[in-house]
Design a protein. Structure first.
Length: 599
């Protein structure tokens, strides 16, 4: 599997924002990630692009056997075919100004390959010029077409009232769809361990090495801390599955779902990976090699490489370079900024304008997700406005058109979605029986009514822009970093910004990404303390003390880092850091601990 020539990738965003991003950027060597949550919009995208390229299309009906997996396979095969066609055309293009082949090399980061391209432009001898151009063409490598499964979204499926076998559950079927595709790329597992899903991956030969070659398909784990990487890595290694990359994401300074529970600050987490990377590789390889030998499969004699990448809140070339140089990561992920790059992501014109005009209050950490995980939301989105209209008309909740988040069995034998009209009615009617104070009931009621049909609405923009569905109400899952990019950009502008050849940042006074993450964690802690005070949190008293301690230890770490590594803006960084420390120290986690149960 060839690696991308770029040092950044475009992560998955929502269910539809990056659905066809590979068709826009892969030919330029840029890797991006497709969500496999929503097979309905995946099938719609296959129909759209088949017709755009005058290719035959036969619909796979939802009632067809194994429809979800087959739809995913068919779409991924189509994207693979179209990208291969684009790359062939690019390789044959003339080196004329403005051509795709020139754009390919001009977008590259500083590298010997880009230098060779720039040198070629100065050559006047025809024979030498042709030789150099032929050599450049041979080095063209497309970006990978990676895919993402959110492991928590693995709802079991039913037919005629009977529960189907486990392999027809949502995540399992999505994995099968990818495994049977022609892609030579990676599966990104996010949102924590799913044992049956990881075990199922070992049923497909493409995830295993073949003789001296590596696997056709690789596995990337998205994690927020070192311990999670080790635990999940060992689980997969015992099944003969190698992790090709650990993708570290900020718990809070990200887009979409925010996994903030344990206050894993990015800097200290990256430091742990940097210090323990070799030990992690050797530990996993011992387990991996033993497992492969036990299966009678070919086992490499040396550990395959493990990439470490990082994403979440990166906003400047300086931050990007610091991550690559100091923490020695192999790449970075830039997600939210690409939401205002129309040629890269699917954001309809109305929501593009709202993103460009968004202020601090418009981007908020909400209770919108039915998964019970904090979720970054655009307050001015059509989805949010529709949710509020339903409440105002006395019909809160969604009719749950797709059901990808039906995982709650609090009131029903068969799981339902907490954003559904059925659940909202059941929960609100049961609330008086929960013996909560009026203030606590108000907080619970607010959280229940905040739930939105995001598994459907996150595909709204692509449905609106591609299929003209006027009835859709898009949700937008941008991170808080969007506030620093207040207009639309071209692909060239954003790539040049990442590599420091151009600055498109509008808010030059923004805090460093590490400080912004710490501020978000401080605010999250205050919200959790309020919930605890009103007795609607199940967290132990020790959790809040531990969280505050982690924040203070983080300030010590960043103070030392700034003094050793930061050259420019060090004074500003340290001043903001001290202010944050003062605010954290004033937080009183919990005045009175919850009494321990009697023994």
């Amino acid at each position: 599997m060839l690696s991308s020539p770029h040092s950044f990738h475009i992560p998955v965003m929502g269910t539809g924002f990056t659905l066809d991003t590979p068709l826009r950027v892969a030919r330029y060597g840029i890797t991006s990630v497709i969500s496999l949550v929503d097979d309905v919009i995946i099938e719609q995208a296959r129909k759209y692009h088949s017709r755009q390229h005058q290719l035959p299309f036969t619909a796979i009906k939802a009632s067809a056997p194994d429809a979800r997996a087959r739809r995913i396979t068919a779409y991924l095969d189509l994207v693979d075919e179209l990208v291969a066609r684009q790359v062939r055309q690019l390789r044959q293009a003339p080196f004329d100004a403005g051509s795709d082949i020139c754009r390919y090399f001009e977008l590259l980061p500083p590298s010997p390959l880009r230098d060779a391209y720039l040198q070629m432009q100065t050559v006047t001898d025809t024979r030498e010029l042709q030789s150099l151009q032929a050599e450049l063409r041979r080095h063209i490598v497309p970006g990978r077409i990676d895919v993402n499964i959110m492991t928590k979204l693995d709802m079991d499926r039913y037919r005629n009232g009977a529960k189907l076998p486990a392999e027809f559950a949502d995540a399992m079927a999505a994995l099968r769809g990818f495994a049977k595709s022609t892609l030579r790329s990676a599966m990104v597992f996010s949102a924590g361990i799913n044992q049956r899903l990881y075990t199922y991956a070992a049923c497909f030969d493409d995830f295993f090495p073949c003789d001296t070659a590596g696997p056709v398909k690789s596995i990337i784990l998205k994690v927020s801390d070192y311990r999670s990487a080790l635990v999940q890595g060992k689980f997969l290694a015992k099944r003969g599955l190698w992790i090709s990359e650990f993708r570290i994401e900020s718990g809070l300074n990200c887009g979409g779902h925010a996994f903030a529970a344990d206050c894993n600050l990015m800097g200290p987490v990256l430091e742990l990976f940097k210090q323990n990377r070799q030990e992690l590789t050797e530990c996993l390889f011992r387990i991996y090699a033993k497992a492969l030998a036990g299966m009678g499969r070919h086992a490499p004699t040396e550990p395959p490489p493990i990439r470490v990448t990082v994403q979440g809140g990166i906003g400047t070339a300086e931050e990007n370079n610091m991550l690559l140089q100091y923490y020695q990561v192999d790449g970075t992920g830039w997600g939210t900024p690409f939401m205002v790059v129309p040629e890269v992501t699917n954001v309809d014109s109305v929501h593009l304008e709202r993103l460009c005009n968004a202020n601090k209050e418009d981007i908020y950490l909400s209770d919108a997700s039915p998964l019970g995980v904090p979720f970054w939301n655009l307050r001015t989105s059509a989805s949010e406005r529709q949710r509020q209209r339903r409440i105002a008309t006395g019909r809160p909740g969604s009719d749950c058109p797709k059901g990808y988040a039906r995982i709650n069995s609090e009131f029903t034998d068969k799981p339902i979605c907490t954003a559904s009209r059925e659940y909202v009615a059941l929960k609100l009617s049961h609330l008086p029986e929960e013996e909560l104070s009026e203030a606590a009931q108000a907080m619970v009621r607010e959280a229940v009514l905040a739930k939105a049909c995001i598994c459907h609405d996150l595909g709204g923009s692509v449905s609106l822009s591609r299929n003209g569905h006027k009835a859709v109400a898009p949700a937008v899952c941008c991170g808080p970093n969007i506030r620093n990019f207040r207009r639309t950009f071209s692909l060239d502008e954003m790539v040049n910004h990442i590599y420091g050849r151009l600055c498109v940042m509008v808010n030059h006074e923004r805090s460093h990404m590490f400080l912004e993450e710490m501020r978000l964690n401080k605010e999250y802690l205050c919200v959790e303390i309020k919930r605890f005070t009103h007795q609607i949190s199940n967290r132990p008293w020790s959790y809040f003390e531990s969280f505050k301690k982690s924040l203070l230890e983080g300030t010590d770490y960043y103070q030392d880092l700034a003094c050793r590594f930061f050259k420019e803006k060090q004074e500003k960084f340290l001043q903001e850091l001290q202010k944050l420390r003062d605010e954290i120290e004033r937080i009183t986690p919990v005045a009175v601990p919850v009494p321990e149960p009697a023994h």
